[in-house]
Write a protein that binds this ligand. Sequence first.
Ligand code: NAD
Ligand code: IPM
Ligand code: MN
Length: 327
Amino acid sequence: MTHVAVLPGDGIGPEVAAEAVRVLDVLEIEHSEHAFGGGAILAQGVPLPAETLAACRRADAVLLAAVGLPELEGQPVRPEQGLLELRKELGVYANLRPAAARAAGIDLVIVRELVGGLYFGARGTRDDGTWFDTCEYTRPEIERVAHRAFAIARERGGRLTSVDKVNVLHTSRLWRDVVTELGATQYPDVPLDHALVDSFAMTIVNAPGTIDVVVTENMFGDILSDVAAAVTGGLGLAASASLGDERPGLFEPVHGSAPQLAGQGTANPAAMLRSVALMLRHGLGRPAEATALEQAVDAALVEAPTPDLGGTATTREAGDAVLARIG
Ligand code: NAD
Ligand code: IPM
Ligand code: MN
């Protein structure tokens, strides 16, 4: 029996997760909810309780809404640490962040390295008062995420752009070498180019229709995926799939807990529901249901748009419009 661990988290997380749970019920997918993030810190002192991690490991897939509480920002123990720990523990090194607005000719996917780089390198404070974070990458860490990105580009009949900062960063020199080598030896049929992250951010804004598949390191991917979301309808729409070599994958919207929106019942559930679709496709091997759900979400965006899209629908009403099509 397929089982999904659901982590509603903080802020708008539980509001959008509730719509995802309704979809799981319609699809007759068994699920359980677990404490995670700021709520878990306040109740149990840690963002990723052992019980939650164990439930995630047992599950076929993990569905996370969002974490983050303003009162915990910058504190020694933070909700976001639980998310990084969960990604690391599950070994989900490839984070697929699609961004599409097909009517505008945009259909790109960012493959973000998720368990290395600046997020996981040595950090600390020296006696002289210097605070530091370190960006570190090994050849195998780059190779495995590049493999994923090349494979996706090949499957789409597309191209791959590798984004780095080779004009400044030491790790980017390794990144570019490894991606180039892998392309030449194993994916000669996939056109490859390289771009520097600063001007590539501009390309996402000015010419997103020219971009196909992108592979980049963790921090660059974090920033560029919010930019890509912004040019394709906003964070309310952007979903992601975080994959390792085996189950469970982790499926999560690109957005966070949006504290200013929390409690109003007006957050857009589309990013969350599209993450459910990515889970069906990449995590559970149910592509037909994934496509049906994506089409239902697309229709609901027109029928019942939430305020971020200029409409007046509530989170629940947008969820209703989706359920009406898949139920
Ligand atoms: P955010 O993504 O939470 O929100 C930024 C803005 O985007 C919001 O103010 C809102 O205008 C819009 N937005 C986001 N989701 C939306 C939705 N579903 N519907 C409509 N509008 C939406 O980013 P932030 O404000 O920088 O961060 C808030 C907190 O979330 C922080 O604590 C941060 O660490 C955390 N965070 C968590 C995750 C995650 O859990 N995966 C991701 C990003 C940020
Ligand atoms: C994201 C988020 C996270 C990240 C934070 C909350 C740790 O911004 O998933 O994009 O930086 O990876
Ligand atoms: Mn982010």
